[in-house]
Write a protein that binds this ligand. Structure first.
Ligand code: G6P
Length: 369
């Protein structure tokens, strides 16, 4: 097992560090920057179904559901296709309206999640076209869907999902970009820029990972907190949810993710000097508004950990700590802002002596209802 961990203390840390390569493996052979082409067989072969779709319904559970939420922003913003994101467990039991004109995308790392599988079967029975985004090759969901694309992230052993999440976002970005070009939503120059920026993401993830030691020191400061709040807006709202989930899963500290502006409709009541608030405040994406949310937290003496763009000044002045990530396009920012949140949870859990790779009560794959 020591050998399998490749010199890392835990599988989770190894998998966090594998992300530059995993993302590259996800776009390898699909992202052809020089030719300005995205090539994905499962999408090309079914282009008509995608282009005729009234909407896309995404079904998933857990971290994969968070990737689906990011995809909602991506598909609507870049390709102007309406998207609904559903917890598979709710979707399957609520007599949903599905027609032959719907495209359903099922996201699952393991490809074995019982609720997601049931949602797929239901959608198929109503005539929808079902596309799978799985990591495990040959898994049940990969076989049960009409077509799909593998993330090629390699085996994920840690129960708390890390590289599966970022590679899911990568593949969903590729699909959205391909559709945006096919349906004429995106200009060829914007398309080219998107492709170029996506290609740079692995090295920017590697850059974000360099904050590891700094994050470990922040973890030391906050490891005894009883609650933590994660805030983000737009593309980074789902990242806030995922950050909170990571912390809950492995450190057993109660954490909540919230859209930053919704803070004043509830969570702000919880803020005092004992509440660390992690705020994703990257330059592109409602920056000024998030800064004013930070001011509100500060006025209530909350401890602020800002996830910011390299070179940021305004948040640094207000926050107790900042963690920098490289600059990128707004729609690609979740691939970077996720990294410090994974590391923060990891270090807190390790400092608390928790079983990081196999947290209590959780399973890597939930194959029963
Ligand atoms: C379990 C795992 C999570 C995962 C979720 C969905 O809860 O612990 O990490 O996100 O299942 O799994 P899937 O394999 O369908 O992505």
């Amino acid at each position: 097992e020591q050998i399998e961990k490749g010199g890392f203390d835990h599988f989770m840390l190894k998998e966090i560090y594998e992300q530059p390569l995993a993302i590259k493996d996800t776009y390898r052979g699909r992202l052809l920057v020089d030719d300005a082409i995205i090539k994905m067989v499962g999408v090309e072969d079914n282009m008509k179904r995608f282009l005729n779709a009234d909407r896309i319904i995404i079904v998933a559970c857990g971290t994969s559901w968070h990737a689906g939420l990011v995809a909602e922003y991506i598909f609507e913003d870049l390709a102007r296709i309406p998207v609904e994101v559903e917890y598979a467990s709710e979707f399957r039991y609520r007599n949903p309206v599905i027609t032959e004109k719907d495209v359903v995308i099922a996201i699952s790392q393991s490809g074995e999640t019982a609720d997601t599988l049931a949602a797929i079967k239901l959608a198929k029975s109503k005539g929808a076209f079902v596309f799978g985004v799985c990591n495990v090759v040959g898994s049940t969901i990969a076989r049960e869907t009409h077509a799909g694309a593998y993330t090629h992230a390699g085996p994920e052993i840690g129960v708390a999902s890390t590289k599966a999440f970022t590679t899911q976002i990568t593949i969903l970005t590729l699909i959205a970009l391909r559709l945006a070009r096919a349906n004429g939503t995106m200009s060829s120059s914007d398309y080219r820029r998107q492709l170029q920026e996506l290609e740079l993401i692995p090295e920017k993830v590697a850059e974000a990972l360099k904050a590891d030691k700094h994050i470990q020191a922040i973890a030391e400061t906050y490891k005894d907190s009883r609650n933590m709040l994660y805030l983000g807006r737009g593309y980074n709202f789902p990242v806030a949810l995922e950050g909170a989930l990571k912390l809950k899963e492995i450190s057993y500290i109660h954490a909540e993710g919230y859209p930053a502006a919704e803070m004043k409709h509830g969570p702000i009541a919880l803020i005092d000097e004992n509440m660390p608030v992690i705020v994703i405040a990257t330059k592109k994406g409602h920056y000024e508004k998030v800064v004013s949310n930070i001011q509100e937290i500060k006025a209530r003496k909350g401890k602020i950990i800002g996830i910011v763009t390299q070179g940021d000044v305004s948040v640094r002045e207000l926050a107790d700590h900042v963690i920098e990530v490289p600059e990128t396009l707004e729609n690609l920012s979740p691939l970077l802002t996720t990294i410090p949140l994974q590391l923060l949870s990891y270090h807190i859990a390790v400092l608390l002596g928790k079983n990081v790779d196999q947290p209590r009560n959780l399973a890597k794959s939930v194959t029963v209802e």
